[in-house]
Design a protein around this ligand. Structure first.
Ligand code: ADP
Length: 309
């Protein structure tokens, strides 16, 4: 496998209602759907759709959601042979209510994701020899993220960390990261000040770099992304698309970044792929369903070479 993804696998349970229920209130919803999610699984699907051989490391519960989540990953050609089923806990779920005004309430229950430990890191270690890139996020316990980064670094992989959802990182994690990809909210959490204007964005990226990260890429939504490494820095402009749903744009971005780096593309090219995949993801509803395939990314790169330059 070329890309290893160590992270969360969730089922999103989405109910639509005219209004969100108050405490103690029971209301009738209008629609219900189950949608595979979890940042780890989303990023794995993003990589696989772009044609990278991708293996997932994670856990599901011994319930109907676990089986469906594995099936969804297999359908996208993600290798799930190292995903284990944990007895005595549920699969990770996000229980989401969305009202007619688009407001939502979300309860995330990590379930089996919270059981990720040294055994999962050991499975990762066994697969590391043939791989190029490790993708990490923060929806599984921090000690396992740290141990996975250490194992991958020792095996010579490129380590990409998406520090989402926003959380502080242990100091020893930074030097194990080749590419750190916060969005503005996550970057603010890490540096402790608002990224309200370009000087603040640039200062935040520099500060994170100084903590030992190889490269920092701050994802700026429709304003693109800002990157810094030891020798260069700059903005990677966003592609112009008709955005209807920005859910999982960051996951598409990270998956494509990994796919391009695993294919030995130069960093500037990898950023273009990532920006194109992030933009395309916003043109469709959903998370894993919205991940673009390789043909779509290549077409956007051809159509908007200026945005990609
Ligand atoms: P996250 O989903 O982690 O909050 P962003 O919203 O910044 O991350 O999106 C990730 C990337 O996807 C951006 O850096 C950008 O390249 C692309 N992207 C996001 N929203 C848009 C948009 N409306 N138009 C074009 N590209 C977008």
């Amino acid at each position: 496998m070329t890309i290893l993804v160590f992270g969360s696998i969730n089922m999103d349970l989405v109910a639509r209602t005219p209004h969100l229920p108050a405490a103690g209130e029971t209301i009738l919803g209008t629609q219900f759907s189950t949608v595979p999610g979890g940042k780890g699984a989303n990023q794995a699907v993003a990589c696989a759709r772009l044609g990278s051989a991708t293996q997932m490391f994670g856990r599901v519960g011994a319930d109907v959601f676990g089986a469906a989540l594995l099936q969804a990953l297999r359908a996208d050609k993600v290798d799930v042979s190292a995903v284990t089923t944990t007895e005595g806990t549920s699969s990770g779920v996000a229980i989401i209510a969305v009202d007619d005004a688009g407001q939502n309430n979300i309860i995330v229950v990590p379930g089996a994701n919270a059981a990720m430990d040294a055994a999962d890191v050991q499975r990762l270690q066994h697969a590391a020899a043939g791989a190029r890139v490790l993708l990490l996020q923060l929806e599984v316990p921090m000690p396992s993220v740290l141990a996975a980064a250490r194992a991958a670094r020792a095996a010579g992989l490129t380590v990409i960390l998406d520090p989402a959802p926003a959380a502080l990182l242990p100091a020893e994690l930074y030097p194990l990261i080749d590419v750190l990809t916060p969005n503005e909210v996550e970057a603010r959490m890490l540096v402790g000040f608002d990224l309200d204007a370009p000087p603040a964005i640039e200062r935040a990226a520099r500060q994170l770099c100084e903590r030992g990260v190889g490269r920092v890429v701050i994802k700026l939504g429709e304003r693109g992304a800002y990157f810094v490494d030891g020798t260069s820095s700059g903005y990677s402009p966003a592609f112009k698309v008709n955005a209807i749903d920005t859910v999982a744009a960051g996951d598409a971005f990270n998956g494509a970044l990994a796919a391009a780096l695993a294919a030995s593309q130069p960093f500037a090219t990898a950023l273009r792929w990532a920006s194109a995949a992030g933009a395309l993801c916003t043109t469709k509803r959903g998370a894993q369903d919205a991940m673009p395939d390789r043909a779509a990314v290549e077409q956007l790169l051809r159509l908007q070479p200026a945005a990609a330059a």
